[in-house]
Write a protein that binds this ligand. Structure first.
Ligand code: CDV
Length: 324
Protein backbone atom coordinates (compact mmCIF):
# COMPACT_ATOMS: atom_id res chain seq x y z
CA UNK A 1 0.00 0.00 0.00
CA UNK A 2 1.34 3.45 -0.98
CA UNK A 3 -1.17 5.86 0.49
CA UNK A 4 -1.31 9.63 0.04
CA UNK A 5 -4.13 11.37 1.85
CA UNK A 6 -5.13 14.01 -0.68
CA UNK A 7 -7.05 17.20 -0.02
CA UNK A 8 -8.76 18.74 -3.04
CA UNK A 9 -9.16 22.37 -2.00
CA UNK A 10 -11.94 23.89 -4.07
CA UNK A 11 -11.95 27.68 -3.93
CA UNK A 12 -15.03 29.83 -4.15
CA UNK A 13 -14.99 32.94 -6.32
CA UNK A 14 -12.25 35.57 -6.21
CA UNK A 15 -13.53 38.97 -7.30
CA UNK A 16 -11.53 41.22 -9.62
CA UNK A 17 -10.57 43.69 -6.90
CA UNK A 18 -9.57 41.04 -4.34
CA UNK A 19 -5.83 41.09 -3.63
CA UNK A 20 -3.70 37.96 -3.90
CA UNK A 21 -3.07 38.17 -0.17
CA UNK A 22 -6.78 37.48 0.48
CA UNK A 23 -6.75 34.41 -1.80
CA UNK A 24 -3.56 33.15 -0.18
CA UNK A 25 -5.08 33.58 3.30
CA UNK A 26 -8.00 31.38 2.17
CA UNK A 27 -5.56 28.83 0.75
CA UNK A 28 -3.69 28.76 4.06
CA UNK A 29 -7.02 28.21 5.87
CA UNK A 30 -7.78 25.22 3.65
CA UNK A 31 -4.22 23.94 4.14
CA UNK A 32 -4.54 24.09 7.94
CA UNK A 33 -7.78 22.11 7.82
CA UNK A 34 -6.22 19.59 5.45
CA UNK A 35 -3.20 19.14 7.72
CA UNK A 36 -5.48 18.56 10.72
CA UNK A 37 -7.21 15.81 8.70
CA UNK A 38 -3.89 14.14 7.91
CA UNK A 39 -3.44 15.23 4.28
CA UNK A 40 0.01 14.88 2.74
CA UNK A 41 -0.93 16.77 -0.43
CA UNK A 42 -3.32 19.67 -1.06
CA UNK A 43 -4.36 20.57 -4.61
CA UNK A 44 -5.81 24.00 -5.50
CA UNK A 45 -7.40 25.35 -8.73
CA UNK A 46 -6.03 26.81 -11.95
CA UNK A 47 -5.14 30.53 -11.59
CA UNK A 48 -5.77 30.17 -7.86
CA UNK A 49 -4.48 33.57 -6.78
CA UNK A 50 -6.76 35.88 -8.76
CA UNK A 51 -10.09 36.17 -10.49
CA UNK A 52 -10.29 34.34 -13.83
CA UNK A 53 -8.98 37.44 -15.65
CA UNK A 54 -9.10 35.99 -19.23
CA UNK A 55 -12.79 36.97 -19.21
CA UNK A 56 -11.67 40.62 -19.37
CA UNK A 57 -10.36 42.27 -22.55
CA UNK A 58 -7.10 44.09 -21.90
CA UNK A 59 -4.75 45.72 -24.38
CA UNK A 60 -2.13 47.28 -22.15
CA UNK A 61 0.86 45.03 -21.31
CA UNK A 62 1.25 46.49 -17.83
CA UNK A 63 -2.41 45.82 -17.13
CA UNK A 64 -2.03 42.21 -18.33
CA UNK A 65 1.18 41.68 -16.39
CA UNK A 66 -0.58 42.76 -13.21
CA UNK A 67 -2.25 39.32 -13.22
CA UNK A 68 1.06 37.42 -13.59
CA UNK A 69 3.62 36.19 -11.05
CA UNK A 70 7.25 37.10 -11.78
CA UNK A 71 8.61 34.72 -9.16
CA UNK A 72 7.30 31.71 -7.29
CA UNK A 73 7.11 31.99 -4.40
CA UNK A 74 6.75 35.76 -4.45
CA UNK A 75 5.79 38.24 -1.77
CA UNK A 76 2.10 37.28 -1.78
CA UNK A 77 2.59 33.49 -1.93
CA UNK A 78 5.47 33.13 0.53
CA UNK A 79 3.10 32.70 3.53
CA UNK A 80 1.52 29.68 1.81
CA UNK A 81 4.90 28.06 1.17
CA UNK A 82 6.02 28.83 4.72
CA UNK A 83 2.93 27.26 6.26
CA UNK A 84 3.07 24.24 3.93
CA UNK A 85 6.71 23.66 4.93
CA UNK A 86 5.88 23.96 8.64
CA UNK A 87 2.97 21.51 8.29
CA UNK A 88 4.92 19.14 6.03
CA UNK A 89 2.19 19.17 3.36
CA UNK A 90 2.94 19.16 -0.37
CA UNK A 91 0.89 21.62 -2.44
CA UNK A 92 -0.05 22.15 -6.08
CA UNK A 93 -1.71 25.25 -7.53
CA UNK A 94 -2.02 27.29 -10.69
CA UNK A 95 -1.01 30.87 -11.50
CA UNK A 96 -0.22 33.18 -14.42
CA UNK A 97 3.53 33.05 -15.00
CA UNK A 98 5.59 35.91 -16.43
CA UNK A 99 9.09 34.73 -17.33
CA UNK A 100 12.19 36.97 -17.20
CA UNK A 101 11.99 37.07 -21.03
CA UNK A 102 8.46 38.48 -20.83
CA UNK A 103 6.64 35.29 -21.88
CA UNK A 104 3.33 34.46 -20.25
CA UNK A 105 2.11 30.96 -19.39
CA UNK A 106 -0.84 29.46 -17.55
CA UNK A 107 1.22 27.41 -15.10
CA UNK A 108 0.85 24.89 -12.28
CA UNK A 109 3.46 23.76 -9.81
CA UNK A 110 3.88 20.86 -7.43
CA UNK A 111 5.98 21.04 -4.27
CA UNK A 112 7.35 18.34 -2.01
CA UNK A 113 6.55 18.28 1.71
CA UNK A 114 9.35 20.75 2.37
CA UNK A 115 7.67 23.28 0.04
CA UNK A 116 10.39 22.92 -2.61
CA UNK A 117 9.05 23.13 -6.16
CA UNK A 118 9.58 19.72 -7.73
CA UNK A 119 7.38 20.06 -10.83
CA UNK A 120 6.16 22.74 -13.19
CA UNK A 121 3.65 22.36 -16.00
CA UNK A 122 2.56 25.03 -18.51
CA UNK A 123 -0.94 24.60 -19.95
CA UNK A 124 -0.85 23.30 -23.52
CA UNK A 125 -4.52 23.27 -24.61
CA UNK A 126 -5.42 26.94 -24.30
CA UNK A 127 -9.12 27.46 -25.04
CA UNK A 128 -10.80 30.60 -26.29
CA UNK A 129 -9.73 33.30 -28.71
CA UNK A 130 -7.20 36.07 -29.29
CA UNK A 131 -9.37 39.06 -30.19
CA UNK A 132 -12.38 40.51 -28.39
CA UNK A 133 -15.47 38.77 -29.80
CA UNK A 134 -18.64 40.80 -29.34
CA UNK A 135 -20.77 37.87 -30.56
CA UNK A 136 -20.01 35.90 -27.41
CA UNK A 137 -21.97 36.20 -24.18
CA UNK A 138 -18.61 36.68 -22.42
CA UNK A 139 -14.96 36.59 -23.36
CA UNK A 140 -12.44 33.78 -22.91
CA UNK A 141 -9.10 35.33 -23.90
CA UNK A 142 -6.61 32.70 -22.77
CA UNK A 143 -5.17 32.54 -26.29
CA UNK A 144 -4.52 36.30 -26.08
CA UNK A 145 -2.78 36.31 -22.72
CA UNK A 146 -0.83 33.04 -22.73
CA UNK A 147 1.46 31.07 -25.00
CA UNK A 148 0.86 27.33 -25.28
CA UNK A 149 3.03 25.54 -22.76
CA UNK A 150 6.54 24.61 -23.87
CA UNK A 151 7.38 21.92 -21.34
CA UNK A 152 5.37 19.02 -22.76
CA UNK A 153 3.53 16.77 -20.31
CA UNK A 154 6.20 15.79 -17.79
CA UNK A 155 5.81 13.51 -14.77
CA UNK A 156 7.80 13.56 -11.55
CA UNK A 157 8.69 10.96 -8.95
CA UNK A 158 7.39 12.56 -5.78
CA UNK A 159 5.42 11.62 -2.65
CA UNK A 160 6.25 7.98 -3.30
CA UNK A 161 4.60 7.89 -6.72
CA UNK A 162 4.63 9.18 -10.28
CA UNK A 163 2.84 12.54 -10.42
CA UNK A 164 1.61 14.55 -13.41
CA UNK A 165 -0.32 17.76 -13.94
CA UNK A 166 -2.90 19.00 -16.43
CA UNK A 167 -4.75 22.32 -16.41
CA UNK A 168 -8.48 22.73 -17.03
CA UNK A 169 -9.14 22.40 -20.78
CA UNK A 170 -6.35 19.78 -21.02
CA UNK A 171 -8.70 17.35 -19.27
CA UNK A 172 -10.88 17.18 -22.39
CA UNK A 173 -7.98 15.91 -24.55
CA UNK A 174 -7.25 12.17 -24.32
CA UNK A 175 -3.84 12.73 -25.92
CA UNK A 176 -2.74 14.71 -22.85
CA UNK A 177 -3.75 11.96 -20.44
CA UNK A 178 -2.16 9.29 -22.64
CA UNK A 179 1.21 11.06 -22.76
CA UNK A 180 1.14 11.06 -18.96
CA UNK A 181 -0.08 7.46 -18.96
CA UNK A 182 2.81 6.42 -21.18
CA UNK A 183 5.16 7.66 -18.46
CA UNK A 184 3.43 5.54 -15.84
CA UNK A 185 1.55 8.37 -14.16
CA UNK A 186 -0.19 7.35 -10.93
CA UNK A 187 -1.83 10.64 -9.95
CA UNK A 188 -2.88 13.57 -12.15
CA UNK A 189 -3.39 16.94 -10.44
CA UNK A 190 -5.67 19.26 -12.34
CA UNK A 191 -7.10 22.67 -11.50
CA UNK A 192 -9.83 24.36 -13.51
CA UNK A 193 -12.03 27.45 -14.02
CA UNK A 194 -14.98 26.33 -16.13
CA UNK A 195 -17.72 28.85 -16.94
CA UNK A 196 -21.16 27.45 -16.09
CA UNK A 197 -22.49 28.24 -19.56
CA UNK A 198 -21.06 28.08 -23.07
CA UNK A 199 -20.36 31.62 -24.34
CA UNK A 200 -21.52 30.58 -27.84
CA UNK A 201 -24.44 28.31 -26.91
CA UNK A 202 -26.57 29.56 -24.02
CA UNK A 203 -28.54 26.29 -23.85
CA UNK A 204 -25.39 24.52 -22.64
CA UNK A 205 -25.75 25.19 -18.92
CA UNK A 206 -24.18 23.97 -15.68
CA UNK A 207 -25.61 20.43 -15.73
CA UNK A 208 -24.15 19.71 -19.16
CA UNK A 209 -20.88 21.40 -18.26
CA UNK A 210 -20.59 19.28 -15.12
CA UNK A 211 -21.42 16.19 -17.17
CA UNK A 212 -18.62 16.92 -19.66
CA UNK A 213 -16.24 17.65 -16.79
CA UNK A 214 -16.98 14.34 -15.05
CA UNK A 215 -16.95 12.44 -18.34
CA UNK A 216 -13.48 13.77 -19.13
CA UNK A 217 -11.82 13.19 -15.77
CA UNK A 218 -13.39 9.76 -15.23
CA UNK A 219 -12.38 8.62 -18.72
CA UNK A 220 -8.87 10.04 -18.37
CA UNK A 221 -8.33 8.34 -15.03
CA UNK A 222 -9.81 4.98 -16.07
CA UNK A 223 -8.13 4.74 -19.47
CA UNK A 224 -4.73 5.42 -17.95
CA UNK A 225 -5.26 3.63 -14.62
CA UNK A 226 -4.40 6.71 -12.61
CA UNK A 227 -5.83 8.73 -9.75
CA UNK A 228 -7.13 12.15 -10.81
CA UNK A 229 -7.60 15.11 -8.49
CA UNK A 230 -9.65 17.80 -10.24
CA UNK A 231 -10.13 21.06 -8.38
CA UNK A 232 -12.43 23.95 -9.28
CA UNK A 233 -12.48 27.63 -8.73
CA UNK A 234 -16.25 27.87 -8.48
CA UNK A 235 -19.15 30.23 -7.87
CA UNK A 236 -20.00 33.65 -9.23
CA UNK A 237 -16.88 35.65 -10.03
CA UNK A 238 -17.36 39.24 -11.19
CA UNK A 239 -20.95 38.31 -12.15
CA UNK A 240 -19.80 35.22 -14.11
CA UNK A 241 -20.71 31.75 -12.76
CA UNK A 242 -18.14 28.94 -12.70
CA UNK A 243 -19.05 25.29 -12.09
CA UNK A 244 -17.96 23.44 -8.95
CA UNK A 245 -17.63 19.67 -9.17
CA UNK A 246 -14.23 19.29 -7.52
CA UNK A 247 -13.62 15.55 -7.49
CA UNK A 248 -11.15 12.80 -6.71
CA UNK A 249 -11.33 9.93 -9.21
CA UNK A 250 -10.17 6.36 -8.55
CA UNK A 251 -8.05 4.60 -11.22
CA UNK A 252 -11.15 2.49 -11.97
CA UNK A 253 -12.90 5.69 -13.08
CA UNK A 254 -15.22 6.04 -10.08
CA UNK A 255 -15.59 9.38 -8.32
CA UNK A 256 -14.70 8.67 -4.68
CA UNK A 257 -15.14 12.21 -3.30
CA UNK A 258 -16.93 15.22 -4.73
CA UNK A 259 -17.58 18.77 -3.52
CA UNK A 260 -21.18 19.64 -2.69
CA UNK A 261 -21.12 23.42 -3.10
CA UNK A 262 -19.45 26.28 -4.95
CA UNK A 263 -17.49 27.89 -2.14
CA UNK A 264 -14.20 27.15 -0.41
CA UNK A 265 -14.53 23.44 0.33
CA UNK A 266 -12.09 20.69 1.17
CA UNK A 267 -12.72 17.12 0.09
CA UNK A 268 -10.35 14.41 1.24
CA UNK A 269 -9.56 10.86 0.18
CA UNK A 270 -6.82 8.40 1.13
CA UNK A 271 -5.44 7.46 -2.29
CA UNK A 272 -3.51 4.19 -2.48
CA UNK A 273 -1.18 4.48 -5.46
CA UNK A 274 -1.11 0.69 -5.66
CA UNK A 275 -4.75 0.89 -6.79
CA UNK A 276 -3.30 1.87 -10.18
CA UNK A 277 -1.49 -1.46 -10.55
CA UNK A 278 -4.42 -3.68 -11.56
CA UNK A 279 -5.45 -1.53 -14.55
CA UNK A 280 -1.85 -0.97 -15.62
CA UNK A 281 -1.19 -4.73 -15.63
CA UNK A 282 -4.43 -5.84 -17.27
CA UNK A 283 -6.73 -4.02 -19.68
CA UNK A 284 -4.48 -0.93 -19.87
CA UNK A 285 -1.15 -2.76 -20.00
CA UNK A 286 0.02 -0.46 -22.79
CA UNK A 287 3.08 -2.54 -23.68
CA UNK A 288 0.89 -5.55 -24.49
CA UNK A 289 -2.17 -3.94 -26.03
CA UNK A 290 -1.35 -0.64 -27.73
CA UNK A 291 -0.93 -0.56 -31.53
CA UNK A 292 1.03 2.64 -32.14
CA UNK A 293 1.73 1.65 -35.76
CA UNK A 294 -1.92 2.58 -36.37
CA UNK A 295 -1.87 5.82 -34.39
CA UNK A 296 0.46 7.85 -36.63
CA UNK A 297 -2.33 10.22 -37.67
CA UNK A 298 -2.62 11.41 -34.08
CA UNK A 299 0.73 13.16 -34.30
CA UNK A 300 0.79 13.91 -38.03
CA UNK A 301 -2.63 15.54 -38.35
CA UNK A 302 -4.14 18.34 -36.24
CA UNK A 303 -7.62 19.03 -37.63
CA UNK A 304 -10.08 16.41 -38.87
CA UNK A 305 -10.04 15.74 -42.63
CA UNK A 306 -13.13 13.74 -43.71
CA UNK A 307 -12.86 11.68 -46.90
CA UNK A 308 -13.42 13.63 -50.10
CA UNK A 309 -16.49 13.16 -52.26
CA UNK A 310 -20.10 12.59 -51.36
CA UNK A 311 -22.54 9.76 -51.02
CA UNK A 312 -26.24 9.70 -51.80
CA UNK A 313 -27.15 10.89 -48.28
CA UNK A 314 -24.68 13.79 -48.11
CA UNK A 315 -25.79 17.26 -47.02
CA UNK A 316 -23.77 20.45 -47.32
CA UNK A 317 -21.36 20.81 -44.38
CA UNK A 318 -22.82 22.88 -41.53
CA UNK A 319 -21.31 26.32 -41.16
CA UNK A 320 -18.52 26.58 -38.63
CA UNK A 321 -19.77 27.96 -35.34
CA UNK A 322 -16.44 29.39 -34.23
CA UNK A 323 -14.03 28.22 -31.62
CA UNK A 324 -14.47 27.42 -27.98
N1 CDV B 1 -10.03 27.58 -18.11
C1 CDV B 1 -10.42 26.72 -19.08
O1 CDV B 1 -9.60 26.08 -19.71
N2 CDV B 1 -11.74 26.61 -19.31
C2 CDV B 1 -12.30 25.78 -20.35
C3 CDV B 1 -13.58 26.36 -20.87
C4 CDV B 1 -13.36 27.51 -21.76
C5 CDV B 1 -14.43 25.35 -21.61
C6 CDV B 1 -12.55 24.38 -19.84
O2 CDV B 1 -12.17 23.43 -20.54
O3 CDV B 1 -13.17 24.18 -18.80
Amino acid sequence: MREIVVGAAQMGPIQRDEPREAAVARMVGLLERAAREGCGLVVYPELALTTFFPRWTMTDDAEIDFWMEREMPGAATRPLFKRARALGVAISFGYGELTPEGRRFNTSILTDRAARIVGKYRKIHLPGHVEHDAARAFQHLEKRYFEPGDLGFPVWRSLGGVMGMLICNDRRWPEAWRVLGLQGVEMVLLGYNTPATNSQRAAEGPEERLFHHRLSIQAGAYQNATWAVAVAKAGVEDGHPLIGGTAIVHPDGQIVAEAAGEGDELIIHPCDLDATVFGKRTIFDFARHRRPEHYRMIVERTGAVPPSGADEHSHPAPEAVGTK
